[in-house]
Design a protein around this ligand. Structure first.
Ligand SMILES: Cc1ncc(COP(=O)(O)O)c(C=O)c1O
Length: 403
């Protein structure tokens, strides 16, 4: 457990940071020194929040909707979230089963801290968004990493179902499933999702389902949400948010769906941490849910084209093995051959690329442990020109190093 006398190094053993933000800071420093940076690092849509959402926030401010709200969120928003999810996933979520939070990260923190106790084990498919294992460790629980299967450039990444089942012990409390998946861009199939749900039923464990990228799905793939199971209440804690779908990262708004009985526990945690999410942002979020279909579809179509472009360009980089991701807005190429040839680590590769060419990519080891030691992550939430320019620089960098 954390103690007040620990130094920074000791604290970091309990709670790591998030590489995307570290590299963002490094890139800003280089930019100040006059370097033209191409940033494939941070995971946020590059387009501004849609105009009607901004106007709704302005209206809320104009009408002085600026005070505290109910901790769980204004009823109007919880109702809109429930309706939105029910339309999308034929589920039956009630407004009383929604708790609004300042960002999906805060919702994840609530879910993990409401359920995990010291010594509990949490299964985390790896690579993984860093917050799940870091918060689990912070709470004294133990993340058990289960590597995804890498099936090469044709088939991509899959859940390793046998290894997941084998990893279950009497201490296993939860499995975290992020679908579509950051950082690989995988979309786990209906079969995989059904298998995980069945495991939860058989072993009586909780599925923490983070579906924050649920709109970012390409190639007409079918997406199966954990909310679409009639018995979701017994096993599922569901997290989603506004950051990605509505390009609202800086507005900080997310939510957690859980059965009614656990709401008092979640609300008491929430009231002690953040009291409520920002009032006028909640008003704008209602409008986001009701009026954004066309804008969101346009954005996804744009992102699909960017995915196609970045894949075809990265494919031309010597030694890169590129699987065209199916969801989210990340590409996770295997660069193991290049690293071997140069005898450097992925962190060295990434740092040198940043310093010599001004291109930000993240090392696969940021997600978190060792799985990603042969991978880098690029976000393609950047414009076409930057994709062309950035990958051109990566190509030059690799060729100069290997020469
Ligand atoms: C998988 C995943 N979950 C949650 C979040 C956090 O989202 P928010 O900005 O709503 O806190 C992110 C952001 O990068 C993410 O990639």
């Amino acid at each position: 457990m954390l103690t007040p006398t620990m130094n920074t190094k000791e604290i970091l053993q309990y709670l790591g940071g998030e590489a995307a933000f570290t590299y963002l800071a490094k890139a800003k420093e280089l930019e100040k020194k006059g370097m033209k940076i191409v940033n494939f690092g941070i995971g946020q849509p590059d387009i501004p929040t849609f105009e009607h959402i901004i106007n709704a926030a302005k209206e809320a401010l104009d009408s002085r909707f600026t005070g505290y709200t109910e901790t769980a969120g204004i009823y109007e928003l919880r109702e809109a979230i429930a309706e939105y999810l029910n339309n999308r996933y034929s589920s039956d979520v009630q407004p009383s089963e929604v708790i609004v939070a300042p960002g999906a990260k805060a919702a994840l923190f609530l879910a993990l801290s409401a359920y995990l106790r010291e010594g509990d084990e949490v299964l985390v498919p790896e690579p993984s968004f860093p917050a799940y294992p870091e918060v689990a460790k912070f709470l004294g629980a133990k993340p058990i990493f289960i590597p995804l299967k890498w099936l090469g450039r044709e088939r991509g990444f899959k859940l390793d179902l046998e290894s997941i089942e084998r990893a279950i012990t009497p201490k296993t409390k939860m499995i975290v499933i992020n679908n579509p998946h950051n950082p690989t861009g995988a979309v786990f199939s209906s079969d995989e999702v059904e298998w995980v749900m069945d495991l939860a039923r058989r072993k009586k464990i909780i599925v923490l389902a983070d579906e924050i990228y649920d709109h970012f799905i390409y190639d007409d793939l079918k997406f199966k949400s954990f909310l679409s199971f009639p018995d979701w209440r017994d096993y599922v804690l569901y997290v989603n948010g506004f950051s990605k779908t509505f390009s609202m990262t800086g507005w900080r708004l997310g939510y957690l769906i859980a059965r009614k009985e656990v709401m008092p526990r979640l609300t008491v945690l929430a009231v002690n941490v953040y009291s409520c999410a920002t009032s006028f942002v909640q008003k704008a979020a209602v409008v986001a849910l009701k009026k954004s279909e066309e804008d969101v579809n346009k954005m996804i179509e744009l992102f699909r084209k960017r995915r196609d472009l970045i894949c075809s360009r990265l494919d031309e980089v010597r030694g890169f093995e590129v699987w065209p991701s199916k969801g989210a807005f990340y590409i996770f190429p295997n660069v193991g051959k290049v690293l071997n040839e140069l005898n450097i680590t992925v962190e060295e590769f990434v740092n040198r690329l940043l310093i010599s060419k001004g291109v930000v990519v993240l090392p696969g080891t940021a997600f978190p442990e060792t799985y990603g030691k042969n991978f880098i992550r690029l976000s393609f939430a950047v414009d076409f020109t930057s994709i062309e320019e950035g990958v051109k620089r990566i190509k030059e960098f690799v060729e100069e190093l290997i020469r």
